[in-house]
Design a protein around this ligand. Structure first.
Ligand code: MG
Length: 165
C-alpha cells in the first residue's frame, strides 16, 4: 500500500504541484493564528496529510480523471470536466473525502480557498481556463490538502498551548 502514497506524491509533482507550493498556502492561512509558525512546520503537516491512504487514493483518482479528460477519453462527460463546468461539482465532492477526515477547520478553510484561489490553486485554474491542461479535480484536491494541513496545525498549536498553561 505504501507505493500508492509515493505514487500520489510523484503525480502531484508531475502535474506541477510541489509540497512547498502547498505548504506556503498553509503558512499564509495559519500564520496570524500561530505567530511562531515556520514553513517547515507546514511542510511537516502537509507530509502528515499525504500519509493518509484515503488522501493518496483521492489524489490518484482526481489526477487520473483530469488526464483522461485531456486525452478526450471520458465519452459524454469529457467536455464538462475538460471545460471545468461550474455546476459540475463532483470535483469538490471528491476533494471533500480528504477534508472530511480533518474536521470543521478543514471544511471552512476549504470553502475559503475554493473561493479565493490563492497561489498554486490560481495558477492551476488559469492553466486550465487557458486550455493548457485540465486541472478540474487537481485544484480542489490541492485546496483540500492545504485546508487539512491548516486544521492539523491549528489543533497541534492549541495542544501545545494547553501544555504550557
Ligand atoms: Mg475544480
Amino acid at each position: 500500500m505504501n507505493n500508492y502514497r509515493e505514487l500520489s506524491r510523484k503525480k502531484l509533482t508531475q502535474r506541477g504541484v510541489s509540497i512547498e507550493d502547498i505548504a506556503l498556502l498553509v503558512f499564509d492561512l495559519q500564520k496570524k493564528y500561530c505567530p511562531t509558525l515556520h514553513l517547515d512546520d507546514c511542510i511537516t503537516a502537509v507530509d502528515e496529510v499525504l500519509e493518509k491512504r484515503e488522501v493518496a487514493f483521492t489524489i490518484l483518482t482526481g489526477i487520473e480523471l483530469d488526464v483522461a479528460a485531456e486525452n478526450n477519453s471520458l465519452n459524454e462527460i469529457n467536455e464538462v470536466i475538460k471545460k471545468d463546468y461550474s455546476l459540475y461539482g463532483i470535483d469538490e465532492i471528491l476533494a471533500l473525502s480528504i477534508v472530511n477526515v480533518h474536521g470543521s477547520i478543514a471544511l471552512t478553510n476549504f470553502g475559503y480557498l475554493d473561493k479565493t484561489k490563492p497561489g498554486i490553486v490560481g495558477i492551476l485554474e488559469k492553466a486550465g481556463k487557458e486550455g493548457a491542461a485540465c486541472h478540474t479535480f487537481l485544484d480542489d484536491i490541492v485546496c483540500a490538502i492545504v485546508s487539512s494541513a491548516a486544521s492539523k496545525i491549528a489543533h497541534d498549536y492549541e495542544n501545545k498551548k494547553a501544555l504550557l498553561e
